[in-house]
Design a protein around this ligand. Sequence first.
Ligand SMILES: Cc1cc2nc3c(=O)[nH]c(=O)nc-3n(C[C@H](O)[C@H](O)[C@H](O)COP(=O)(O)O)c2cc1C
Length: 176
Amino acid sequence: MQVFDIIKKRRSIRFYTDEVIEEDKLKKLVEAAIWSPSAGNIQAWNTAIVQRKEDIERIKAVSPGILGNPTALMILCADKRKAYDKGGEVGRDVLSIMDIAIAAQNICLEATELDLGSCIVRSFNQIGVRELLNLPKNIAPELLVSLGYPRSIPNPPPRRSVEDVMIRWIKPGNEQ
Ligand SMILES: Cc1cc2nc3c(=O)[nH]c(=O)nc-3n(C[C@H](O)[C@H](O)[C@H](O)COP(=O)(O)O)c2cc1C
């Protein structure tokens, strides 16, 4: 598939079959994240993967944004200390979050290629998830990606047009 086809095929999938995701596929998703761009190439993030049902349920209990029944969760975390040491306040508060958002998109696109469903989730209790995973204080869960084999694929939600999103297009030769 061409990249643009995968971009358009990706949907936020929230309902999944019981089929367990193979370990090599999960590793591939982590690699897709590793190959995402990061500000200053600082790569101040880590990920946790949770596949055990009981632990997924525990995380769901503090995550109103997980609406369905994922068979795996990737928890993308900012290493706030590393981000601050290398990038100061902007690195810690802004760039590390941007890096994680881009990594999440890489994960979702690769998941689409592997016939997996995925959904980015921000609505969760960050401290609760950190405690459940027993993560150190400098590691901040910023995004979850829920994963599984899709039970069904929803229709694409509407998108804006090129004309609608374009606020300026300064073409070569435009008169001032
Ligand atoms: C930063 C971010 C946070 C999101 N948080 C949630 C969430 O908490 N729960 C959820 O079900 N979907 C969440 N989504 C998925 C969006 O609802 C979804 O991308 C949007 O409705 C467009 O649908 P599509 O992804 O199928 O194109 C989030 C997406 C992004 C980018």
